[in-house]
Design a protein around this ligand. Sequence first.
Ligand code: MG
Length: 383
Amino acid sequence: MTHKPKTKIAIIGSTGSIGLSALDVIREHKNRFEIIALAAGSNAERLKLQIDEFKPRFAALSDENAALQLEKKCSNIEFRAGEEGVASLCEIDDVDIVLVSVVGIAGLEPALKTLRAGKRLAIATKEVFVAAGQLILDEAKKYNAEILPVDSEHCAIFQCMQAAGALKNKSVERLILTASGGPFFGKKYDELKNVTPMQALAHPTWDMGSKISIDSATLMNKGLEVIEARWLFDVPAEQIDVVIHPQSIIHSLVDFCDGAAIAQMSNPDMRMPILYAFTFPERAPLKMPSLDLAKIGNLTFFNPDCNVFPCLKLAYAALKEGGIVPAVLNAANEIAVQKFLDGKINFIEIPSHIEKKMEKCNNIAKPTLKDIIAADKWAREIE
Ligand code: MG
């Protein structure tokens, strides 16, 4: 029997929630995958444990001091430091797939480097598409590189399209992204005035990092996902809908021109979209409890309330405006979320902080990468 060579993987963001799930997947499939490189932000302690277990040939931390300290404790490994050091891991010859799972705009450079190296980009960082969707697509085309979505909704849509043989034809009528609704689903606007970061971080169905948890609570996460879907599937905003589905069992659906809708379901677990992005077009087994619909009992659906959660509306508006506005929305949101987490603004002030910056910016119709980076910086610095 001949053995297939192992798929060689680099993980940019290995100590975060998606990175940990990815390492779980790889642990379960040691004969199929090999870790070549691991990178993280500043969590040296966790990265050290991962290096000891997976023995990558390369590692990096974007925090340069933490990188220096950790390098002293590791042997037989090439260590790199700083944002550039992290991004350079995406270009290693041997690597087949790069998983980019860092938070926010920090994922842009690693994503571009991966595509320019012609490698498969498994992307969990939706902010990259929000800020620079068109550029990402252009680079993927130019360098003939594949993009596989790791966001559960986009992985679901990708699978529905595959199942329908619809990735390259025009039979798609609508994409319907499901949203859990977050911890404040069903609340009135006034009830959100005094919610604390702790309450906002307590997500009902998914266990995630703090930035995305707050985004889920404001529904900005779904707004960012609408923009992500627009680019990933080349479907205009008018044909992308959002429905609240608190059980997080249906991960999204595609509505076709003949009235058929195809949905993808599973228990909420990020390992599945990660594994699919690694093995596509094949499927590989995963130790997961099978879906017990009778036990779940009810699957319910509601329209989102944009008066209570204006962030969703802002994301649609940014997509309609185009140019640098989505990049401004994204950066302004990152800043507002951090301010809320630091106790500097209230939960309900998050959308107005973002809207103010969107209104203030001078839009550029066809922004270059430089324009986008400048817009991102501008939106972080202004008050
Ligand atoms: Mg998602």
